[in-house]
Write a protein that binds this ligand. Structure first.
Ligand SMILES: NC(=O)c1ccc[n+]([C@@H]2O[C@H](COP(=O)([O-])OP(=O)(O)OC[C@H]3O[C@@H](n4cnc5c(N)ncnc54)[C@H](OP(=O)(O)O)[C@@H]3O)[C@@H](O)[C@H]2O)c1
Length: 266
């Protein structure tokens, strides 16, 4: 669907994690389609630059709000900001997230709990805050960035993969709840994507050899949402892999993943 990004023209979209990678690409594409944007992340210098650029190139309205989603209060503060500005959020993009590579028994516990907060709790919280108005309006959308790691256990990023399984199942469940009210919910499942993710996660480059671009992944997500899908996987190879995993014994799949991730160790 070539015009998927135009579905939100003249409507407000709120994007978490808009300061880099997939979130940045989604902001670019939504602005090109005429959507007004609320951009949020911690690095407000980047958000300011992006907002100014998108407003001048596409003539859309933009607002930025600095928030650390590892803080439990952040989703409420984001919603309060939109209410104060009189902004009706028609599309919520839960994109912010990060991973952590390594032995679970060695990773810093604070980092892992932050990951659960950002990747899961904040997603539930923001969705719960913005969904009622969408249901009442009988129009709206929620895009949740999950992963191909949502479909299986992945040793050495075990906690991260589990957060992404949570995101996928949350999105698919809510999608069926609100479909009768005209609200679309879609889980976008990218495979390895060329962003800052691998540096933040301290994940070796090897695992990202055939990575897709953030632009391609963003386009697939907006197309999936426009088509009313509750889940969309970016990349043919990734789609085949997730299908194959379904028929193979789970323990086998996890062992293979362990082998692959172990060989990716720095
Ligand atoms: N890249 C991949 O291979 C891949 C594959 C599958 C799924 N994903 C998912 O795609 C999503 C986007 O990741 P990406 O690849 O675009 O990575 P990225 O380039 O590292 O971008 C991550 C974004 O999340 C934001 N973020 C991280 N921690 C945050 C926090 N505590 N509070 C607020 N914002 C925070 C970052 O902004 P600030 O640092 O400015 O706060 C940044 O804008 C994530 O949910 C990730 O799990 C990525």
């Amino acid at each position: 669907m070539a015009d998927a990004h135009k579905l939100w023209a003249n409507k407000w979209a709120l994007i978490t994690g808009a300061s880099a990678g997939i979130g940045w690409a989604l902001a670019e594409q939504l602005a090109a389609g005429g959507a007004h944007l609320v951009l949020t992340a911690r690095r407000t210098d980047r958000l300011r630059k992006l907002a100014t650029d998108l407003s001048s190139r596409h003539g859309v309205k933009t607002e930025i709000f600095g928030a650390d989603l590892a803080r439990a209060e952040a989703p409420g503060e984001i919603q309060a900001f939109t209410t104060e500005k009189g902004i009706e959020v028609e599309l919520l993009v839960n994109n912010a997230g990060f991973g952590a590579f390594g032995y679970t028994h060695e990773l810093a516990v604070e980092r892992m709990l932050e990951m659960v907060q950002v990747n899961c709790s904040a997603v539930v919280h923001l969705t719960r805050l913005f969904l009622p108005a969408m249901v009442a309006r009988r129009h709206g959308g929620v895009l949740i960035v999950a992963s191909v790691a949502s479909f299986q256990a992945v040793p050495f990023i075990s906690a991260y993969a589990a957060t992404k399984a949570f995101d996928l199942l949350f999105a698919e469940g809510v999608a069926e709840e609100v479909r009768p009210f005209g609200v679309r919910v879609c889980a976008l499942c990218p495979g390895s994507t060329n962003t800052e993710f691998k540096d933040v996660a301290h994940q070796p480059d090897r695992a990202f050899r055939s990575a897709e671009t953030a632009e391609k992944v963003a386009r697939v997500g907006l197309e999936g949402l426009a088509a009313g899908k509750s889940c969309v996987i970016s990349g043919a190879k990734n789609r085949i892999m997730t299908q194959a995993e379904r028929i193979a014994p789970r323990r086998f799949v996890t062992k293979m993943a362990a082998k692959m991730m172990r060989s990716a160790e720095p």
